[in-house]
Structures are given as C-alpha cells and as structure tokens.
Design a binder for this molecule. Structure first.
Ligand code: HEC
Length: 133
C-alpha cells in the first residue's frame, strides 16, 4: 500500500469517527438550547414575567417554575383558575400549556397568551425555564 493511500484511509476514518461522534451526540442537542430559550423568553414572556425570584409583573415570577406547584406564589393574586389548579409545573405540563392559547389550556386564566407554535423555540424556552433555580 502506498503512503498516500494509507494517508487517505486514515483521514477517511477520522472523518467517519467525527460523523459517528456527531450522531451519538445529537440526541442530547435535541434537549433544547437554553441561551436561545432566553431570547424566546425576552420576546414572548418578559413583558409579563420576570425570571427573578420574588419579582412579579403582570404575571407571577417564573423563578423555579419547573417543579413548582401551580398557583403557589403567595404574594401574587392569581385567578381562581390557577388558585384551584392541582398540578405541578413539569416540563411536559409547560409544553402542553405553552403550545396552545392559555385560555384553552387553563380555562378561566387571566394569562393572555396565544401559544408558541414553533416546536424548536418551545423546546429552547422550556430548557431555559429549567435553569431558573
Ligand atoms: C400578556 C401577559 C403574559 C404573557 C405574554 C405571558 N404570561 Fe404567563 N401569566 C400571565 C398572567 C397574568 C398569569 C397568571 C394567570 C392567572 O392567575 O390565571 C400567568 C401565569 C403563568 C404561569 C403559571 C405560574 C404559576 O405560578 O402557576 C406560567 C407557567 C406562565 N405564565 C408562563 C409563561 C411563559 C413561559 C410565557 C412566555 C411564553 C408567558 N407566560 C407569557 C401573563 C402573561
């Protein structure tokens, strides 16, 4: 085998190795990009929500929202719809709630939001919300 054929083979396997590595890593990438999610938050939610602990705006603070029982911020005046909600905000629950109009996901809510229909933006946003601890 000549030098150059061997060199080409080696380079070829390095490329294949990179490709396999990329394919193995990509399911993790699908979990969402928190920094892109922070931008989604700014444009979609920040008008009414703060990510800071204890800071309520038109809506309650979203600090620690993933894992928080619905309607549980004591100094925020929730609608009856959220006061009487008996769920905890998991990533699945947030996914459902934020993907369609709020008044449909939680009838009687005073959150005026039509839902985020871009699946990638929604995934990124929920990943970002998970970092608010
Ligand atoms: C126009 C204002 C507005 C926008 C925009 C908005 N919200 Fe809300 N949100 C509210 C209000 C008001 C409430 C309280 C609803 C109630 O008491 O019925 C609320 C409640 C919530 C709750 C429930 C909190 C709890 O303590 O149970 C979550 C979660 C939430 N919003 C997430 C979001 C996210 C994420 C976005 C952006 C994609 C968003 N909201 C956009 C006004 C808004």
């Amino acid at each position: 085998m000549s030098q150059s054929v061997l060199g080409r083979l080696l380079r070829g396997s390095a490329v294949a190795g990179l490709l396999i590595g990329w394919m193995l890593a990509s399911p993790m990438v699908r979990a969402g990009d928190a920094s892109a999610g922070a931008d989604v938050f700014k444009s979609e939610c920040a008008e009414c929500h703060s990510p800071k602990q204890g800071k309520n705006k038109k809506g309650p603070s979203l600090f620690g929202i993933v894992g928080r029982p619905a309607g549980s911020i004591t100094d925020y005046n929730y609608s009856d719809a959220l006061k009487q909600a008996h769920w905890t905000w998991t990533t699945d629950k947030l996914h459902d709630y934020l993907s369609r109009p709020a008044k449909q996901a939680n009838p009687g809510t005073k959150m005026k939001y039509d839902g985020l229909d871009d699946a990638k933006q929604l995934e990124d946003l929920i990943t970002y919300l998970g970092t608010l601890h």
